[in-house]
Design a binder for this molecule. Structure first.
Ligand code: SF4
Length: 268
């Protein structure tokens, strides 16, 4: 159908964070089946465990999605030594996207955006070539234009034009939230109120000196226990640090050296 488009969204987790392998898998499927697609999106694995007293060494947590295995939420977030491995892969992945885009320039303009999957070793992706606020291209454009980077939380739960709904028509704070976060119903949509988010999180003391707070906006706006927050913070820091570095690299047209991601400071 001409008016239907599709793309692929992949969760990036502790056992699935090689972005080159993910790219090759989906690109091969697109080419194998002759699909009209050249886009790949990523969903960074985070945890939404609401229980206090989480013990990271036991890797136990309670996902707030009903019926989810009890250890699924924490263990799937990239953590420990894998954070450094992921950072190396992400940096190289974004650098190769930069090279791919520069090589596509014709008469001063990049032609990458209209290319087919068969013409680009790397599929176009949401964190580099898209118009999302946290893509490298859009972030760089906003910095140069002096525009506000994000007007909502980084997940969009507080966006005025976004409503999260489950299959029963219940409106929830976000798709990951459990029954406690049902805030209305599709059948009575005027009375739905999104109440369970803490937008003052952007003033979170922990984040006050963070280099990527304009992109991260203090992560999940649901009030979560501190270890849950910190587990997300560590992976957010890697994710947005590399995106920011790639944006600076594009603006300055030169390689950018990272002095510190601030990961060693995350202990409280
Ligand atoms: S990366 Fe961590 S410290 Fe920085 S804004 Fe996000 S949650 Fe706060």
């Amino acid at each position: 159908m001409d008016n239907v488009t599709y793309g692929f969204l992949c969760s990036v987790t502790d056992t699935n964070f090689d972005l080159f392998e993910i790219n090759d898998y989906f690109r091969n499927k697109i080419l194998e089946h002759g699909l009209r697609s050249n886009s790949l999106s990523f969903s960074l694995g985070r945890t939404y465990a609401e229980n206090e007293g989480y013990n990271p060494s036991a890797a136990l947590g309670c996902n707030i999605i009903e019926d989810a295995p009890s250890d699924s939420s924490y263990t799937h977030v990239i953590h420990g030594d894998n954070l450094k491995r992921f950072q190396t892969i992400l940096a190289e992945y974004l650098e190769q996207h930069h090279t791919q885009m520069i090589n596509s320039i014709v008469d001063g303009r990049p032609t990458i955006f209209g290319k087919l999957a068969s013409d680009t070793p790397l599929l176009l992706c949401d964190i580099y070539e898209s118009t999302l606020p946290y893509s490298v291209v859009e972030y760089a454009r906003k910095i140069v234009a002096g525009e506000q980077i994000l007007e909502s939380s980084n997940c969009g739960a507080d966006m005025t034009d976004v409503l999260s709904m489950d299959i029963d028509g219940s409106i929830r704070t976000c798709p990951h939230a459990g029954k406690d976060h049902i805030v209305g119903s599709l059948s009575n949509i005027r009375n739905a109120r999104i109440w369970a988010i803490t937008l003052e999180r952007k003033n979170e003391p922990h984040c006050s000196s963070c280099n990527v707070k304009k992109l991260c906006r203090s992560s999940c706006p649901i009030k979560l226990p501190s270890e849950t927050f910190l587990t997300n913070c560590r992976v957010e820091k890697v994710w947005y640090t590399e995106i920011q570095k790639a944006a600076f690299r594009m603006i300055m047209n030169d390689e950018v050296t990272l002095v510190s991601a601030g990961l060693s400071d995350i202990n409280s």
